[in-house]
Design a binder for this molecule. Structure first.
Ligand SMILES: Nc1ncnc2c1ncn2[C@@H]1O[C@H](COP(=O)(O)OP(=O)(O)OP(=O)(O)O)[C@@H](O)[C@H]1O
Ligand SMILES: [Mg+2]
Length: 260
């Protein structure tokens, strides 16, 4: 297959991948999903289902965790991503926001932002300035605190910084790992707005969440992972109506009432 020209609208295709950690631990089995150019796709599932593992496989960070794609193929446009490193993914336009934020607590907000897109050394300073402007417009709170140490930010602000740092690489596909984790409802709503805005600016999003309500309200399409396998897939609105998703992930009881 020829390499797609860089400005052609690429889609992510994960095709029947198996992922193993170490020698034996099978974390994903025959998992497939597609994120179309400019789309939002949600990946739901309980703890340990393999959600983070899937994002690592796409972003080339699996090897850092002693994992490997042992079967199948990951393509982004014309670029094969399985078995590549994180720099290759970033260069292809695919950037992951890790679970748990992982901002550098001792560095300032600005310094954290500057670490975003470091694999893209050939970028002109004007491009970097433009990316920074975009981030600070999207997150006025970060603009106000740009000289402050990241460790002093609230959890929600750290999540914004983690997303902002990823946006510094001007991704065309953003991989978001549980951005709502541990945040108060108002902050979750704010993060949801930000994801909508990022998507409206043309960036596709693969959103991993345990907060199914938030994820399904944002996504066009969704998949449910269960112990390493895709159990359910479909349009987000349809999945939100299925009994299994309502009970397991939307906190409803069997009689259709919201749980306490
Ligand atoms: N570095 C690792 N080495 C060995 N096993 C791992 C490693 N990382 C994850 N696993 C295992 O792979 C499986 C999938 O884990 P993963 O972190 O992808 O799940 P998850 O769906 O993201 O869960 P959570 O919602 O808790 O974040 C689990 O059984 C986990 O114990
Ligand atoms: Mg995870």
């Amino acid at each position: 297959m020829p390499e797609a020209p860089p400005d052609e609208a690429p889609a992510l295709h994960v095709e029947e991948i198996d992922v193993t950690y170490g020698r034996a631990l099978s974390a994903l089995r025959s998992v497939s999903l597609t994120v179309p150019h400019g789309g939002v796709v949600a990946l739901l599932g309980a703890n340990g289902a393999g959600k983070t593992t899937l994002l690592r496989a796409v972003s080339g960070t699996l090897r850092l965790h002693r994992g490997a794609v042992t079967a199948g193929r990951i393509r982004y446009g014309g670029t094969v991503l399985d078995g590549r490193d994180p720099v290759a993914a970033v260069r292809a336009g695919v950037v992951q926001v890790p679970e748990g934020r992982r901002v550098f607590a001792g560095l300032t907000v600005d310094e954290n932002l500057r670490t975003g897109g470091l694999g893209l050394s050939r970028r002109a300073p004007a491009q970097v300035r433009e990316a920074r402007e975009r981030v600070l417009t999207l997150f006025p709170r970060l603009a106000e605190r740009h000289r402050q140490a990241a460790g002093l930010l609230s959890g929600g602000e750290q999540q914004m910084l983690a997303i902002g740092r990823a946006l510094m690489a001007s991704p065309r596909l953003l991989l978001l790992d549980e951005p709502s984790l541990g945040l108060a409802p108002l902050m979750v709503e704010r993060i949801a707005e930000v994801v909508r805005e990022i998507n409206a600016q043309g960036t596709a999003v693969l959103l991993v969440e345990q907060n199914a309500g938030m994820a399904l309200s944002l996504a066009d399409h969704a998949h449910v992972l269960e112990v390493g396998e895709v159990r359910l897939s479909g349009p987000a609105a349809e999945l939100a109506r299925t009994d299994a998703v309502r009970r397991l992930y939307l906190g409803e009881t069997a009689d259709g009432q919201g749980a306490a």
